[in-house]
Design a protein around this ligand. Structure first.
Ligand code: PXL
Length: 283
């Protein structure tokens, strides 16, 4: 069985980071090893959340794994809480990366033109540096703008997206994928660039008119899971985009769903059957 290490926080309540990565990646038939960077009572969109920082635990934990001879097929980082944790993530890549390990970075820090409460421009620059150590990065438009000193636009054209991809590629990762890209009315999806071939890829699906927290983490978890199971870039990102849209659709239909995250649990069976079909088709 393939094995992914994911490095991000545990928001005990809130359906994001580890509480979505673990169930989704496991459901995709991959062992999920977690390295929790902090324990929060909720994610940071709630008021009055508590935080227990675990920075001082990270190196002792991974050193233990190293002494046990543990290896990973992929390392996936999401929300990291501080500059120090970005430095530690780099060290962990150095400790565990082999030619067969995919480093997948979601530089979680911002959305809708704004940085999340815990972050500033200095953090954005450090995240840009971390992206240089990745095989694949999946920033949203806002994160991409902060990392490349580009003006954030709500209305843009394909030229703007391609220019942003070029600037992201200069950070150093092999594949760059922008999420939440909408190039025509009623559509949204991903726009990627494989810097090894210079080829762009694009996948758009129906835009569901609702925004929920944690959808970026769901998207990233499915994408890294699909790639680790051996799907092509196009297939993995299409699966991730469609599953994320399905979770939003299901959540929107139920007025009793909580505001703080999507109902991703209901659609896990469909995720697993589509993965099974996609894997069979890719053989
Ligand atoms: O979904 C990203 C995320 C993860 N973890 C924490 C967050 C957020 C986004 O706000 O606050 C703690």
């Amino acid at each position: 069985m393939k094995k992914i290490l994911t490095i991000q926080d545990i928001s005990c309540l809130g359906k994001c980071s580890v509480t979505v990565a673990l169930p989704i990646i496991s459901a995709m038939g991959i062992e999920t090893v977690i390295l929790p960077t902090a324990v929060l009572s909720t994610h940071t969109m709630f008021k009055n959340f508590t935080v227990k920082d675990l920075t001082d635990q990270l190196i002792p934990i991974v050193e233990h794994w190293k002494s046990e001879g543990v290896t990973f097929d992929a390392i996936y980082t999401g929300y990291l809480g501080s500059a120090e944790e970005i430095e530690i993530a780099k060290k962990i890549f150095d400790m565990f990366k082999t030619d067969d390990t995919m480093v997948f970075i979601d530089p979680v820090m911002a959305d809708n033109g704004k940085l999340y409460p815990a972050f500033d421009m200095e953090y954005a620059k450090l995240n840009a540096g971390l992206c240089g150590s990745a095989d694949i990065i999946v920033p949203n438009l806002t994160e991409a703008c902060f990392m490349t000193d580009t003006e954030y636009k709500e209305v843009y054209d394909e030229e703007y997206v391609k220019d942003l991809l070029k600037k992201l590629a200069a950070l150093g990762s092999k594949v760059v994928v922008l999420t939440g890209i909408s190039l025509s009315e009623g559509q949204t999806g991903v726009y990627g660039l494989d810097t090894r071939t210079g080829e762009h890829f694009i996948y758009q699906n129906e835009r569901v008119d609702a925004a929920y927290h944690g959808t970026g983490d769901i998207f990233a978890s499915v994408a890294v899971g699909g790639l680790t199971r051996g799907l092509s870039m196009e297939a993995a990102f299409a699966l991730a985009a469609d599953y994320t849209a399905d979770t939003i659709r299901v959540t929107k239909r139920d007025p009793k769903e909580p505001w703080y995250g999507v109902n991703f649990e209901t659609t896990i069976p469909q995720l697993v059957s589509r993965l099974t079909v996609d894997l069979a088709l890719s053989e």
